[in-house]
Structures are given as structure tokens and as C-alpha cells.
Design a protein around this ligand. Structure first.
Ligand SMILES: *Cc1c(COP(=O)(O)O)cnc(C)c1O
Length: 359
């Protein structure tokens, strides 16, 4: 069996050990003679899988009992609507920070339901520098402030947590579990699973219980955080297979040494890749040094006409999915938790050879 190094932004690489374990259990989970996909979500077997996954996530992020953890469908994009519908009244003021493509999408969706105030935007500098918090124009009475700690497409990441009066809502889709965070600083953290958690089809919402019960009357019932919390994410059928896989990933992260260990590995991986970019005149990354993403590293080549050659030669060398997002072009290496340091080493080596041959 050969596993390629997969730099896909999402759905992204999963740990090989997790896939192997799932494969072993595929036809016969724990001697029950059925697969996880074939179990009732209300069976004791699946409830044990679900409960254990939640507990492992709580352990990893030190999530206190003041927070509910929800396992929901619809991806992070459904949360773009769920957040205003659950946390604000019709037309109520909500604050948003715009640092890239995903914040912009969250803003567009929230604008359908609430009165959005954009407190700060990195658009004037093409999303290469985070707006200093001193310049933010927050509302006096916002129902919440939403921001995107890591912009998956632009490669812009906060290395600080905003300090605001309103409940802080964070779209952590592409950075959750990459390092420790203090959950108590947040009202809501949400993340689509397919970047740094598990397979697509699942999103996780970590919400301060004080924020439950603010939903609008006309919200779809299956999106109502309070209903979902009260039913242990089983108001309707949850994405059981993705939940199971995510549980295996949580155990895998624990076995690596938890988030402190992941942080050290991720920092090393990112440092190596940015160093390769910065020490070369052939490769370039435009993002301010203190705002660079550890998870998604976009870069351009000195000559755009070499892009497709770079991508195809990388692919032939077992380095997959390095083309940048269609909206920004160039290259992008997503180096989530499941992408091993050896993948970054191989990429850096390939980049050096490619530069020598084409630079
Ligand atoms: C991928 C991504 C999304 C969208 O996720 P879907 O599950 O496709 O809806 C939203 N926000 C961020 C930061 C992302 O990386």
C-alpha cells in the first residue's frame, strides 16, 4: 500500500492509522457483526461511540460543563445561517470581521437575517494583514461578534484572540485542534469536520450554554442549538459515520500527545515551509509574517506559466493537490494535523529541485 502526501484543503488528509483502524472495523464493529454505518444512532453501540467522541474532544480542548458540544450536518456554511438565526433577533445588530473569502461568505449569509456591521476589513490590503484590534469599530449592542481565526483560502491566521464585549463567535473550520485554545474566551466555536477533524458531512458546534435558547421562532427545528443540545445531537439522524471517524481522530490526537504536541509539530511544519518560500526568490507568500496560517500555505511561483508544470510534476512525485484555490490562483499546501512532517520535507525538497530546473 502506498499513501501519497495529500495537501488538499478539504476534504483533507486523514491519519493513515485512523483509516486502517476503520478498515479493520468496517464489516464488524467490535464483534457486533455490523458496520457503524448500519447501526441505529439510538443503539447502545452507537451512543457509546458518540459519547466517547464527545468526551475525547472535551478532553483535548478542556471544554468545561458550561459548554454544549453539538454534532450537526450542513457543514460550516449551514452555520453561517445558524449563527444569526440562533443568536440574534430579526434585524438585530451583529458584528463581523472580514479577513478573507470565508468571512465574506459568513457576512453575506448573516446579512440575510440580521443587521451586519463590518467592524474591520482586511480587503484593502488584499487579505494579507490582519486589522489591528485598536481600529475595530464594534457596535455597542451587538448580539455577537463573528470572526474567522484562519482563512483557509487566503492563508491569513489570527495569532491572538479578539477581546470584545459581545459573545465571540469563531469559524475554526481549518484551525480547530491545530493547537490549544482557551474555549472559555468564546461564546461559540464551530467547524466543518473535513479539514482538521474527520470526513465531510459533519460540523461541530461548541457553545456556551448561556447562549442556548435565543433562537428565533421560525428557525428550522433541526438547526435550533437548544433542541440539538437537549437531544444530544440526536433530534434527527446525525452523520453517524463521520462522527465515528472523528472520534477515531480525537483518539489519534490524544495518542500523539494532545494539542500541545500537535502545536509543536504544526509549528515546525509551517516554519519549514515558510522558510523554503522566504529564502527563495522563486517562491513568494504575501501574508504578513505574524498573520501567516499554520494550516494553509498559499504561495506563487516567479512565473505563473509554470503553475501547471509544478502541479503535475508534484503529483507525479506523490505530492497531491497543490493547486491554489480557483479564486486566488498559484499554489496552496494545506498542512493539517494529519499531514505528516515527512510530507512537508518532501514538498520542500521538491520545491528546491523544481526551482533549480526552472528558476
Ligand atoms: C471550508 C470552510 C468553510 C465551508 O465549509 P463547508 O463545510 O463546505 O460548508 C467555512 N469556513 C472555513 C474557514 C472553511 O475553511
Amino acid at each position: 500500500m502506498t499513501r501519497a502526501f495529500n495537501f488538499c484543503a478539504g476534504p483533507a488528509a486523514l491519519p493513515t492509522a485512523v483509516l486502517a483502524e476503520a478498515q479493520e472495523q468496517l464489516l464488524d464493529w467490535n464483534g457486533r457483526g455490523v458496520s457503524v454505518m448500519e447501526m441505529s444512532h439510538r443503539s447502545p453501540e452507537f451512543v457509546s461511540i458518540a459519547t466517547e467522541a464527545e468526551q475525547d474532544l472535551r478532553d483535548l480542548l478542556s471544554i468545561s460543563d458550561d459548554y454544549s458540544v453539538l454534532f450537526v450536518q450542513g457543514g460550516a456554511s449551514a452555520q453561517f445561517a445558524s449563527i444569526p438565526l440562533n443568536l440574534s433577533a430579526l434585524g438585530e445588530r451583529v458584528d463581523y470581521v472580514n479577513t478573507g473569502t470565508w468571512s465574506s461568505k459568513a457576512i453575506a449569509e448573516a446579512s440575510r437575517y440580521a443587521d451586519v456591521n463590518i467592524v474591520a476589513s482586511a480587503e484593502p490590503n488584499q487579505f494579507t494583514t490582519l486589522p489591528d484590534q485598536a481600529s475595530w469599530r464594534c457596535s455597542d449592542n451587538a448580539a455577537y461578534l463573528h470572526y474567522t481565526p484562519n482563512e483557509t483560502i487566503n492563508g491569513l491566521e489570527f495569532d491572538w484572540v479578539p477581546d470584545v464585549d459581545a459573545p465571540l463567535v469563531a469559524d475554526m473550520s481549518s484551525t480547530i485542534l491545530s493547537r490549544p485554545v482557551d474555549v472559555s474566551q468564546f461564546g461559540v466555536i464551530y467547524a466543518g469536520a473535513q479539514k482538521n477533524i474527520g470526513p465531510a458531512g459533519l460540523a461541530i458546534v461548541i457553545i456556551n450554554k448561556e447562549l442556548l435558547g435565543r433562537a428565533r421562532q421560525d428557525i428550522p427545528t433541526c438547526m435550533n442549538y437548544k433542541v440539538v443540545a437537549q437531544s444530544n445531537s440526536m433530534y434527527n439522524t446525525p452523520p453517524t459515520l463521520a462522527w465515528y471517524f472523528s472520534g477515531l481522530v480525537f483518539k489519534w490526537i490524544k495518542a500523539q500527545g494532545g494539542l500541545v504536541a500537535m502545536e509543536a509539530i504544526n509549528r515546525r511544519k509551517a516554519d519549514k515551509l515558510y522558510k523554503a518560500i522566504d529564502t527563495s526568490d522563486f517562491y513568494n507568500n504575501p501574508v504578513a509574517l505574524n498573520s501567516r496560517s499554520w494550516m494553509n500555505v498559499p504561495f506563487t511561483l516567479a512565473d505563473d506559466r509554470l503553475n501547471s508544470l509544478f502541479v503535475s510534476q508534484a503529483d507525479e512525485n506523490g505530492l497531491l493537490n497543490l493547486a491554489g484555490h480557483r479564486s486566488v490562483g498559484g499554489m496552496r499546501a494545506s498542512i493539517y494535523n494529519a499531514v505528516p512532517e515527512a510530507a512537508v520535507d518532501a514538498l520542500v525538497e521538491f520545491m528546491s529541485v523544481f526551482e533549480r530546473e526552472n528558476g
